[in-house]
Design a protein around this ligand. Structure first.
Ligand code: DAK
Length: 258
């Protein structure tokens, strides 16, 4: 599939998706959101892919937000429709993807960019990263899940401060607040993301899929996360990977998860 706004590469079992609109600091327009959906869907369905890394091209930005030029003229209906559509095809889609997604935040992650990073399962950042939800400075609010996910990650008080001041956190602050897991110099960022990906690849894909479902269940209205955990835990016992994992342990060898 030919993409105009992203590039994709496969390294062993890790699929790397790079948002590639450097002149616009990788801002997300509708076409980019659709391409990201298509690429993530394809990678998730590819049996040779176990982890996905999302990053931005260049050294300045992961994603500097939704494309302001594109949404500047939307009306109320278009705003609601596009927020709902974007949440479904990209942001909720990423959060619920059975294949783990690591966001390698290589610079500005603002607005929709931070929302994309927050929807990802793991976030790592370069030292120059700046993260924020500046939407209220434009007269809108975060529309791709940011009001919910930021509060879940850093707590309601800090989320309120960051959103209402339209401020930016530097990478170290973001790490201290639990918004990103690790901070490294920019030239080490992809190596770190790939190292984490490699560790994930050594484990059972079916168990990871169940774990993602169970963790996410806490954030779904009407679902009891503990009950989902019990169901998913039980399901693991019916998988070949459980048999392989336990046999490998008992036979004192490394498991070979296909
Ligand atoms: N959209 C479009 N173009 C952008 C952009 C953006 N978000 N961010 C940067 N650019 C473009 C700039 O216009 C500039 O283009 P040229 O003028 O060269 O043509 C180029 O990227 C370089 O940017 P700067 O010259 O501004 O670079 P600086 O180093 O001076 O500043 C910056 C970097 C990241 C601090 C600054 O560019 C900036 O403040 N960018 C905007 C950040 C921002 O406010 N992002 C949007 C957050 S709001 C919706 C759902 C969700 C949303 C909206 C609608 N619907 C469902 C309808 C979410 C909204 C947001 O994400």
């Amino acid at each position: 599939m030919a993409y105009e706004n992203i590039t994709t590469t496969q390294e062993d079992r890790t699929h790397i998706i790079t948002i590639n609109r450097p002149k616009q600091l990788n801002a997300l327009n509708k076409a980019t959101i659709q391409e990201l959906h298509d690429a993530l869907d394809k990678a998730n369905k590819d049996e040779g892919t176990r982890v996905i890394i999302l990053t931005g091209s260049g050294e300045k930005a992961f994603v500097a937000g939704a494309d302001i030029k594109e949404f500047a003229n939307y009306n109320v209906e278009q705003g609601q429709e596009l927020a709902a559509n974007g949440q479904e095809i990209l942001f909720n889609f990423v959060q619920n993807l059975p294949t783990p997604v690591i966001a390698a935040v290589n610079g500005f992650a603002l607005g929709g960019g931070l929302e994309l990073a927050m929807a990802s399962h793991i976030r790592v950042a370069s030292e120059n990263a700046k993260l924020g939800l500046p939407e209220v400075s434009l007269g809108v609010i975060p529309g791709y899940g940011g009001t919910q996910r930021l509060a879940q990650l850093v707590g309601r008080g800090k989320a309120m401060e960051l959103i209402t001041t339209a401020g930016m956190m530097d990478a170290k602050d973001a790490q201290n607040w639990g918004l990103v897991n690790h901070v490294v110099p920019q030239n080490e960022l992809m190596d770190l993301a790939k190292k984490l990906a490699k560790k994930i690849c050594n484990n059972s894909g079916s168990a990871i899929k169940s774990a993602i479902k169970a963790v996410n269940a806490n954030y779904v209205d009407g679902l009891n996360g503990f009950n989902v955990e019990i169901t998913e835990f039980g399901n693991c016992f019916g998988t070949d990977e459980f048999k392989e994992g336990t046999s490998a342990f008992l036979e004192k060898r490394k498991p070979d998860f296909k």
